[in-house]
Write a protein that binds this ligand. Sequence first.
Ligand SMILES: Cc1cc2nc3c(=O)[nH]c(=O)nc-3n(C[C@H](O)[C@H](O)[C@H](O)COP(=O)(O)O)c2cc1C
Length: 301
Amino acid sequence: MKVPPLWLAPMEGITDRSFRKLAVETNPNCIGAVCTEFVRITQPPLSVEKLRSELGNKFEGPMHGLQLMGNNPQMLAASAQNAAEAGADFVDLNFGCPAPRVLQHCAGSALLDDPPEMEKLISAVVQSCSVPVTAKIRAGGNDDSKLKEIAQRVEGAGASALCVHGRLRSETYSDPCNWNRIRKVVQATSIPVIGNGGIEKHTDIAQMKKETGCAAVMIGRAALSNPWIFSGETPARQRKLEWLTTYLTRMEESGALPTQALGRLKQAVKYMANAKQLELTNGLALCLRSSTQEELFESLG
Ligand SMILES: Cc1cc2nc3c(=O)[nH]c(=O)nc-3n(C[C@H](O)[C@H](O)[C@H](O)COP(=O)(O)O)c2cc1C
């Protein structure tokens, strides 16, 4: 698998198809790979049709991945092959989700505690799937003592690349991200490592590569708080407001209900304001109280 240098992270509730496309258009020729939000696999395997609707129509530019999360090797393997038939360029397996309801079902980051089981799952998927398989992990559960073993088992199972989010399952998203852990994985494996976590500004991309030796960088929240993070452009406030308008239009075109679109718009404003990427004349609280899109744009000033 040829691993492109910049990846947009999957984020449930943010990176649906319309956001992925907008992110790619906002940063021309920058984002080499995008991925769906996680799709839970239980029993039976998901059909080609269902997976095609998760993937949405592919658009020009990046490789398109479908992310699956589950703990049953047969169901994951069959779903992964269906994902390939649905048009996914690669299948990514989620071993990072820390949500309690996911942990209860021993999926996502729960599997970090059991590297041999992870290896079995990945191996089953690799053997049945006609497109490259990647894995996305956190650096561990409550500590990073198993990180080297995990990395080597992911490689041994035949994964084409490994994305490492440098935080532990027990750490919150606001804890600092430990890039040393990414470096350790780079040193322990020979498959391409995609470093992830804590990129806040464009120059952090080169810094992460320098500090860790990772082959590629994946960016999550900053893709919303600073939509130009991949290209490094620094647009004026007016263009940021125009971006929000475009974001809204794209959500509407993709069938979002007005309440959903308003919710996501507020989420975007909150991310941007908290990251000091958008100055708010009237304060964030007023914006978040808006009950219509018009009111929200008015309160942005
Ligand atoms: C709201 C939200 C939803 C997320 N959903 C997913 C997901 O569906 N699949 C996944 O692998 N990671 C998910 N993540 C984790 C991100 O992909 C990424 O690993 C994490 O945010 C760290 O990167 P960042 O510091 O650049 O944001 C999610 C993160 C956030 C904040």
